[in-house]
Design a protein around this ligand. Structure first.
Ligand SMILES: Cc1cc2nc3c(=O)[nH]c(=O)nc-3n(C[C@H](O)[C@H](O)[C@H](O)COP(=O)(O)OP(=O)(O)OC[C@H]3O[C@@H](n4cnc5c(N)ncnc54)[C@H](O)[C@@H]3O)c2cc1C
Length: 465
């Protein structure tokens, strides 16, 4: 065990967006900062590597965004997707602080590009990173290093010395053995516990074995667990998480964005019994894509199939894997090992229920079913033009919501009701404070950026005083 006794002002545990925003903010506030990242350099940046955009409120159009997205509208969207499972004061605080965030991130070297079109419909609300999450991270790391932030890769925090809400030191596992780092303040930005299947099972039971993890295998929740064991208050339901339907052929971890399927709105989704189980056209995709992981998790075997026909094939971004194709529904059912008659009946009933309308996947159009349970409320078109296609889907877990409780300054709350003396949290590790359930695209990065900056500033203030 190496313990030089040296003390840094701010120790940031984690290496993604939240960690880097905190590190930069703390350094700009003249604190000495050490970032410790569990992953080796090539894999630095956790789930942030996979991101594409951030949702921020803005009062007028920007260079990349078409028109205003007010704080109230952001709040309405958050209220709707969480169904009220949010801390209103904290959420409104975050939304207000999201306004200057685009400018602040830009000042750290991150570049943006015009929004993508198609099924994402985010042109007014979400800013896209030029070059995606990796390019965004590269810019943040570069800025942090230029400012004098030290970074240790391949160095997971494996123990935290905390007493009565006061952080003293962390033990890191490095290639040279264990090393103790002392700091005046801690920012925990080590992600959720989504890559820890055993922990997921505590909430979900054995079915969690069938989940795929979309992002980094390093987000195992070890830091969250240590904080919890040291008296930090946690908040959230262990089964609530951001989960989307991803291609069932994706790898167990880190498949990223290219395994996601955005074609639910163009077809129907059936389970192993070849039965539909939810309204595929309930709302625009950015407000609904994050419910499909949970919906599939509730189906037998945690698997389902998106089925559509040739009229939709070119309407969405292709994924890594090709769809399974057949000239008839019977042949498709056989290829998918689904009951043939049941699938033919499901599609027959669906087609019979479709009412004529003007198809437009960019708005809530009038193409819907009638007298069908569950309905398809928009974008309902008959599935009748061969070839017929299917994508197998499984729950793809993005990040978990059970997390450390924080206040407006991103300071952790302790079980005794008080605030931690020198411990702050940002990003997934506290996302459940505002996301009790549900999700609206781009909010993961809002949470990480806003609370990351707050945490870094708070930690630096504490260290200097
Ligand atoms: C495929 C995919 C696409 C996504 N797209 C978007 C998007 O476009 N927009 C959006 O807003 N959100 C998106 N998200 C969600 C978004 O990635 C997260 O909300 C956000 O990146 C979280 O940032 P973070 O810094 O909290 O966590 P992360 O970026 O995951 O960083 C956590 C870091 O902690 C490190 N770590 C873990 N344990 C330890 C330890 N013990 N010691 C030291 N370090 C540790 C990890 O290695 C990692 O670097 C996406 C997620 C995925 C998986």
């Amino acid at each position: 065990m190496i313990d030089t006794g040296d003390t840094v002002d701010v120790l940031v545990v984690g290496g993604g967006n939240a960690a880097l925003c905190a590190a930069i903010a703390a350094r700009r506030a003249r604190a000495s900062v050490l970032v410790v990242e569990a992953a080796p350099k090539f894999y630095r940046g956790g789930n942030t590597r996979h991101t594409r955009n951030i949702r921020c409120a803005h009062d007028t159009a920007t260079e990349q965004l078409i028109g205003p997205y007010t704080e109230d509208e952001f709040w309405d969207d958050l209220l709707r997707v969480t169904e009220g499972n949010t801390d209103e004061q904290l959420a409104r605080h975050m939304i207000a602080l999201s306004k200057p965030m685009l400018g602040w991130i830009g000042e750290q070297g991150v570049r943006f590009q015009p929004s993508l079109g198609g099924t994402l419909s985010l042109g007014r609300t979400n800013s896209f990173f030029l070059g995606g999450g990796r390019a965004m991270l590269n810019a943040l790391y570069l800025t942090a290093e230029r400012l004098g932030v030290d970074v240790l890769y391949d160095s997971p925090a494996v123990a935290l010395d905390i007493e009565n809400g006061r952080f003293r030191s962390a033990t890191l596992r490095t290639s040279k053995g264990e090393r103790v780092v002392h700091a005046r303040a801690l920012v925990a930005a080590a992600g959720g516990f989504e890559a820890n299947i055993e922990w997921l099972k505590e909430g979900w039971g054995e079915i969690a074995e069938n989940f795929l993890i979309r992002g980094t295998p390093y987000n195992r929740g070890d830091v969250l667990k240590m904080l919890e064991q040291s008296g930090v208050e946690t908040i959230g339901d262990p089964t609530q998480c951001h989960a989307v339907a991803i291609d069932a052929r994706a790898p167990k971890f880190d498949g990223g964005i290219i395994t996601r399927l955005d074609c639910v709105v163009f077809g129907i989704v059936v389970n192993r019994k070849a039965k539909r189980f939810y309204d595929e056209g309930e709302d625009v995709w950015p407000k609904r894509y994050a419910i499909w992981g949970r919906l599939v998790a509730q189906q037998p075997g945690q698997i389902a199939w998106i089925i559509f026909d040739s009229s939709s094939l070119d309407m969405f971004m292709p994924s890594l894997y090709p769809p399974i194709a057949a000239q008839s529904i019977g042949e498709l059912a056989a290829k998918l090992s689904l009951p043939v008659e049941a699938l033919e009946k499901t599609i027959g009933d669906f087609n019979a229920a479709v009412r004529p309308g003007t198809f437009d996947h960019t708005v809530l159009d009038d193409c819907r079913t009638e007298n069908l349970t569950p309905p398809k409320s928009h974008w309902a078109r008959r599935i009748e033009s061969p070839p017929f296609y299917a994508y197998p889907v499984r729950p793809g877990i993005t990040f978990t919501y059970l997390c450390a409780r924080v206040d407006r300054d991103a300071r952790m709350r302790m079980n005794d009701g008080g605030g931690a003396e020198n411990m702050f949290a940002a990003g997934e590790i506290m996302a459940g404070n505002v996301l009790g359930k549900g999700y609206a695209a781009g909010m993961g990065m809002t949470i990480g950026s806003v609370f990351g900056k707050l945490a870094g500033e708070g930690a630096a203030r504490h260290a200097r005083d």
